[in-house]
Design a protein around this ligand. Structure first.
Ligand code: SF4
Length: 364
């Protein structure tokens, strides 16, 4: 019997799973398109060469699961405007520093003297605020349900410490709303989703049931190891072939039906649902989280008004289409020429979870 908790990378088991996938799709007419929604899945697929191992009947495409990549350009412009305030320190995870805005980036602003600090957790930003009482410390809150509870915890910690100089510029997104938007896109055919693992540890398997029931699209919550991925692909392919649309859980050793209610309670204490703009997709109703009015003192948008320039997308960058799985990085004329990890034109080349960065590093 397959023991995925001890054999995640066993080549023999991988060969067995690939044979099972081959047998499952033998006789399937046409091509099924399966989307991995999570940026970590995208990296794993490229890193382990999984796409090349699959039968021709299965086409894998990448989706909008990289939080830095889906953050719209006007958010970067807003962060740049805040960074230009002389009394402000921007605290952020590393990837955001290099994402190009309309006319600048945080890296450029840092070179011009702005105070940008890379932190490893939102609580590091709270500690930074405590050490710099004469500065406003703004943490860039970018991410999905995996990171938002930690941002909520940081706001609660700042409140407990009586800090008045800590706030969050939020661009928090949620699943599975964009999956429904992509399923309903008439220009896109997605036959099934490999659902994100980290996000699902918080929201749980049951969060996908409305999507499955309303859109009749198969979903499999899948882990990150190569064997997890192959097993998830097999489960998804079987649903497609058998005409089923269910939520299945390949990653049951970690993801529970109801996820992590405690983390969600912390999140819901500080945040409430809102419409959100996704790069390439546009506004999706109820796909984001904003800081509740009770915590307005920790909301940089309300607390520190700034003039933000009119957003301008970079000509030629196809991040938006890549995030919808409509084109591959190699289809972009800037890939490997004008756009490289050293000089990224778009967010998909900046982020360590971006599809363009993955293809640049590992090839197709
Ligand atoms: Fe944008 Fe660069 Fe990717 Fe092209 S290769 S889509 S310019 S990030």
């Amino acid at each position: 019997e397959l023991n995925l908790t001890t054999a995640w990378r066993d080549p023999e088991v991988a060969r067995g799973l690939l044979a099972r996938i081959e047998r499952a799709v033998a006789g399937y007419r046409g091509e099924m398109t399966l989307m991995e929604v999570c940026g970590t899945h995208t990296m794993a697929i490229y890193q382990h060469g999984i796409r090349a191992l699959l039968p021709e009947a299965i086409r894998l495409i990448s989706g909008p699961g990289c939080p830095v990549c889906v953050t719209p350009v006007d958010y970067v412009d807003h962060a740049v405007a805040l960074a230009r305030r002389p009394d402000t320190i921007i605290a952020t995870f590393g990837d955001m520093v290099r994402v190009p805005g309309s006319s600048s980036s945080l890296l450029h602003e840092q070179a011009r003297g702005a105070q940008i600090r890379v932190v490893y957790s939102p609580l590091d930003a709270v500690a930074l605020a405590a050490r710099n009482p004469d500065k406003q410390v703004v943490f860039l809150g970018v991410g999905f349900e995996t990171t938002t509870p930690t941002v909520a915890g940081a706001i609660l910690a700042a409140e407990k410490q009586g800090l008045t100089n800590f706030s969050v510029l939020g661009s928090h997104k949620t699943m599975p709303a964009p999956m429904a938007a992509l399923t309903n896109d008439p220009e896109l055919q997605v036959d099934g989703y490999l659902c994100p693992a980290h996000v699902s540890t918080i929201i749980g398997v049951n969060a996908y049931r409305p999507l499955v029931e309303q859109c009749r699209v198969p979903c499999v919550v899948t882990g990150f190891e190569p064997l997890d991925m192959l097993r998830g692909i097999e489960m998804l392919a079987r649903q497609v072939i058998e005409g089923r649309a269910e939520v299945e859980n390949e990653y049951s050793r970690v993801v529970k039906p109801d996820g992590n209610p405690k983390a969600r309670r912390i999140l819901e204490t500080v945040f409430e649902p809102c419409d959100a703009t996704w790069r390439g997709i546009g506004i999706i109703p109820d796909s984001g989280l904003k800081i509740r009015a009770e915590y307005a003192d920790y909301d940089a948008i309300r607390k520190l008004p700034v003039n933000v320039e009119k957003p301008v997308e970079h000509t030629g960058c196809q991040c938006g289409e890549i995030l919808k799985g409509k084109v591959r990085p190699g289809d972009c004329p800037l890939f490997r020429t004008a756009c490289t990890p050293e000089n990224p034109v778009g967010a998909c080349m900046v982020s360590s979870e971006g599809t363009c960065a993955a293809e640049y590093k590992y090839g197709c």
